[in-house]
Every structure is written in structure tokens, then in C-alpha cells.
Ligand binder design. Structure first.
Ligand code: UDP
Length: 499
């Protein structure tokens, strides 16, 4: 019953709860947890986001806006452990993606500085929100007796598949199997049929060196006081219900978190203020000149990198599709001399119809622009959910981790996606494989952007989900109410501690 005290009563009787949020040092993790922190602060809770100095610097714009709005939100620099290379402060800065695994293991060294920071807080925080890829936070929370919730970043469909695979001892069987249909395993207990192979299995966990990370993450999930997910009831109700039942603890679905960015400045600067601002004007001016719904936006998130051969297939495919396109090529990709030369030639051939952005794009500003009518995405959950939220249908091109199962949600459950047809992962190691040819890119983009009953139906459906997503975040909506309950749960813990 205490769980349902009104907000007014809570405000009178108990001090505002203090949430300390600990994202993994990667944009796909920092962005949603900063959004969550903003929402918590907007509800009167105190929120502190702990990150490496470079990430705190990148978040300068968010910090300034929060301060101007009087929100109780602060960003805390955690000293980066000596001996860990400076570029390892964020995954997108790794010189080689092959460093991702040692980078992940090195993050555990933050446990010491984090422990020292939390110990020095008086009073102690009400709750630690630990990222699904920062399981080392569990030990700190346990040793200090601080409640902890697990922030599970992907779609709930993925999170449920992963948990079911663990509960039925399937991870090892999947890892021992093959990539082909013959080795496909159906996940037991799913509300909709989901079949996985070693290639498309839940997580990156079939890679032997990842087993330890998987086990630590699973343990951190099982021992948490509850789980926060970035999704909403109207998109994933059946997966949420089953996930909560299987976990046996509260699951708060508080998304889409991106909707906390309400104005143009907030949207434009999300993730990396300076980098996005550098491109903002040029992108907006270009989009303003395009017809409504005509442009396909192409971006593969913050981590996945392609080698020249695969990049060229993307470029040719976009050129052949006939659609106006806005393509984000990462700095590390464009830095390869043969790529830069090739991009310049492509830009000359497609002048007026194509725009190539090198580096970081203001993705929310792009997705909310009236000219954008489609998105070729790697199905990172933030990107896919952003597409759903702003009513943009997708071409799905999963690369690794949770992305193959996020794709299933888009294609088989929500019916808002055209698969590019990839069935094997590129592990994030600058993969030599050219998995998708220009013909597949052109076919999928033309199907997405073209007319016809199926394309219209996809557009109708995704717009409808977008409206539902907005309603979920408004007062009285499901995500709004879940966030209320999350805050109240830990306000109550504050009261208990005081007595
Ligand atoms: N993003 C962005 N600009 C870019 C690339 C990515 O703003 O040029 C944002 C995007 O909006 C999303 C996040 O970075 O919020 C990427 O997260 P996602 O889960 O899609 O993929 P990941 O980077 O984790 O693979």
C-alpha cells in the first residue's frame, strides 16, 4: 500500500529521493540514462549521473539547461583509473573496435572511485541505477547497503528472450550450435514465437570471451531491487508482463525516454553537444529544401563501424534507390583516405539529392523533421525506439548484441520495418565481411520509401505507435505512472531509513 501514496503526501513526509545513475561509457548507454535523470529531476527527485570527465564535458549543454530550469540534476566526474588509456572514456573514441572487449573489462576498475564517491555522500543515496552493462556497480551497492535498480537498455522482447534463455540453460546450447536454420532453437515461454541461431542469439554472449560479462550482467539483474526499461506498454505489453513474472520483481517501463527532450536545443545537442551543433545548420537547411516524407536517414548508431568495401555498398545502394538520403558516416570511417575520396565522388554524383554527414548527427532533430520519411537503422534500441516515437518506418539492418531481436519486434510484432535481409552478425571488430550488397540496400530503401499498400500500412502503423508513445509519457499515461511508482518506491525507502 505504501507504494501508492500520493505524490503530495510523499513531498510533505519524506525528503526527495536521490538517484545515482551509472551508465556504461558509450553513447547508446549515456544518452538514455541522462534522459532518465532529467525525467527523475523533473519529478522532484535528485539525480546524479556519474561519468568519466570527457563525457561530463560532452554533457555541458544538458547540465546548463538543467541548471537554468532549476532541476536538481548534477554530473559527477569519476576519475579515470590510472593505466587505462584516455580514449577508453567512451566507446565511440576507441581507435579500434577490437578494443571493445578489453574496454568493457576495464570499466570494472571504476568500482574503487565509485565506491569512494558514494561513501562520501551524506545522506547516502536512495537508489543506484546501474546500467545493464555496468554490473560492477552491484558490488558497491551491496557493500554499502544501498538499493539498486537495473537499467535494461534494449527492447523488452530482447530482455525477456535473454532471461528465458538463461533460465532454461540455453545460452550454452546456442553457443555450441551453428548459424544455420538447422541449429535454430525456439525460445520457450515467449508470447510470440521467436527462433534464434548462434548468429542471432540473445546478446553477444555466444562469443566465448563474453561469457564472464554475461554471467555478471545476469547476476546483477537477478539481485537488483527492480528493473527499469526504456519502452512503453502499448508497444510491448505482453513482453513486459511476462518479463516481470519471470523475474519476480517490479519492472518499470518509463519510455520513450527521448521524449524528455522537448525543444529544438535539447534535441539538437543530445549526446554530444559540440559535434551535433557543428552540423545542425547545414542539415536543417538541406532538409528544409526536401519534400515532406521524401528523405531516408541512414545511421548505424555510435559503435558499429564499417570497412570501405561495406561502406561503398551502402553508398551505391542509396544512389541506386533513387531516394533523397542523409547518411551519417563516422569520423573513423571517413578518416580512411580511400573512403573520403569515394564519398566526395558520391556527393558530386548525387548533389542536391544526397547529404553525407561525417561524425555525429543530431538524430532527434533529424527524425522529427517533416522531410524525413524513413530510417535505415542498425536496430540499436535507442535508435529503433526513436524511430517509433517520431513515427518513422525503418529498414532493419542489425549488427550485433540485442539488435537481431529488436529487429524481430520491428518486423514481426509491430510491422513497421523492412528487413535488409542480414542473418549473421558482425561482431563489433571492424568486420571484413560484406554482408549486405548494394542491391539489397536499394531494394529495401525503395520498398520503404515507395508507395503501395504495404508501405502505406507501415507508415500508418508507425505513426499510430508514435502517438501512443507520446500519450504514454503524458500525465496519466502508462510510462508517466510507472515513473511515479519508481520515484515513490525509493521515497518510501528513504522514510523507512529515517525511522
Ligand atoms: N546518435 C546521435 N547521433 C549520431 C549517432 C547516434 O544522436 O550520429 C544517438 C541516437 O539518437 C541514439 C544513440 O546515439 O540515441 C545510439 O544508441 P543506439 O542504441 O541506437 O545504438 P548504439 O550506439 O548503442 O549501437
Amino acid at each position: 500500500a505504501k507504494d501508492h501514496v500520493s505524490a503530495a503526501t510523499t513531498a510533505r513526509q519524506a525528503p526527495a529521493p536521490h538517484f545515482v545513475l551509472v551508465p556504461l561509457a558509450a553513447q547508446g548507454h549515456i544518452i538514455p540514462l541522462v534522459d532518465l535523470a532529467l525525467l527523475l529531476a523533473d519529478r522532484g527527485a535528485r539525480a546524479s549521473v556519474v561519468a568519466a570527465p570527457l563525457n561530463v564535458a560532452r554533457l555541458g549543454g544538458v547540465a546548463e539547461r538543467a541548471a537554468r530550469a532549476g532541476l536538481p540534476l548534477d554530473f559527477v566526474e569519476l576519475p579515470f583509473p590510472p593505466g587505462v588509456p584516455d580514449e577508453w572514456q567512451s566507446a565511440d573514441l576507441l581507435p579500434e573496435n577490437s578494443q571493445l572487449l578489453p574496454f568493457s573489462f576495464a570499466q570494472r576498475e571504476l568500482a574503487g572511485p565509485f565506491d569512494a564517491y558514494v561513501r562520501a555522500l551524506a545522506p547516502r543515496p536512495s537508489c543506484i541505477v546501474s546500467d545493464w552493462c555496468s554490473p560492477w556497480t552491484a558490488g558497491v551497492a551491496r557493500s554499502l547497503g544501498i538499493p539498486r535498480v537495473f537499467f535494461h537498455g534494449p527492447s523488452c522482447l530482447f530482455s525477456l528472450c535473454d532471461l528465458l534463455a538463461a533460465n532454461h540453460g540455453l545460452h550454452d546450447r546456442i553457443a555450441a550450435g551453428g548459424d544455420d536454420e538447422k541449429h535454430a532453437l525456439a525460445l520457450p515461454g515467449m508470447p510470440v514465437p521467436v527462433v534464434v541461431t548462434k548468429a542471432t542469439a540473445p546478446g553477444f554472449y555466444t562469443h566465448p570471451s563474453c561469457k564472464q560479462l554475461r554471467d555478471e550482467a545476469m547476476e546483477a539483474m537477478r539481485t537488483a531491487d527492480g528493473v527499469v526499461v526504456n519502452t512503453f506498454l502499448d508497444a510491448e505489453a505482453e513482453f513486459l508482463a511476462r518479463y516481470q513474472a519471470e523475474l519476480g520483481k517490479p519492472v518499470w517501463a518509463v519510455g520513450p525516454l527521448s521524449l524528455c527532450n522537448r525543444d529544438a536545443a535539447a534535441m539538437a545537442s543530445r549526446g554530444n553537444t559540440a559535434a551535433a551543433a557543428a552540423h545542425q545548420q547545414r542539415i536543417t537547411a538541406w532538409l528544409d529544401a526536401q519534400a515532406a516524407g521524401s528523405v531516408v536517414y541512414v545511421s548505424f548508431g555510435s559503435v558499429a563501424r564499417k570497412l570501405p568495401k561495406q561502406l561503398f555498398e551502402v553508398g551505391h545502394g542509396l544512389e541506386d534507390s533513387g531516394a533523397p538520403f542523409l547518411w551519417v558516416v563516422k569520423e573513423a570511417e571517413a578518416a580512411m583516405p580511400e573512403v573520403e575520396r569515394w564519398l566526395e565522388a558520391l556527393e558530386a554524383r548525387t548533389a542536391g539529392r544526397g547529404l553525407v554527414v561525417r561524425g555525429w548527427a543530431p538524430q532527434l532533430a533529424v527524425l522529427t523533421h517533416r522531410a524525413v520519411g524513413g530510417f535505415v537503422t542498425h536496430c540499436g534500441w535507442n535508435s529503433l525506439l526513436e524511430a517509433i516515437t517520431y513515427g518513422v518506418p525503418v529498414v532493419t539492418w542489425p549488427h550485433f548484441m540485442d539488435q537481431f531481436l529488436n529487429e524481430r519486434l520491428a518486423v514481426d510484432v509491430l510491422w513497421i520495418g523492412v528487413p535488409v535481409g542480414v542473418t549473421a552478425p558482425v561482431f563489433v571488430m571492424d568486420d571484413e565481411a560484406v554482408l549486405v550488397g548494394r542491391g539489397d540496400v536499394a531494394r529495401a530503401v525503395a520498398a520503404l520509401m515507395g508507395g503501395g499498400q504495404e508501405a502505406d500500412e507501415r507508415r500508418r502503423k508507425v505513426r499510430e505507435y508514435g502517438q501512443k508513445a507520446h500519450r504514454a509519457m503524458e500525465k496519466g499515461g502508462s510510462s508517466y505512472e510507472h515513473l511515479t511508482r519508481l520515484v515513490q518506491s525509493f521515497t518510501q525507502q528513504g522514510e523507512v531509513k529515517q525511522h
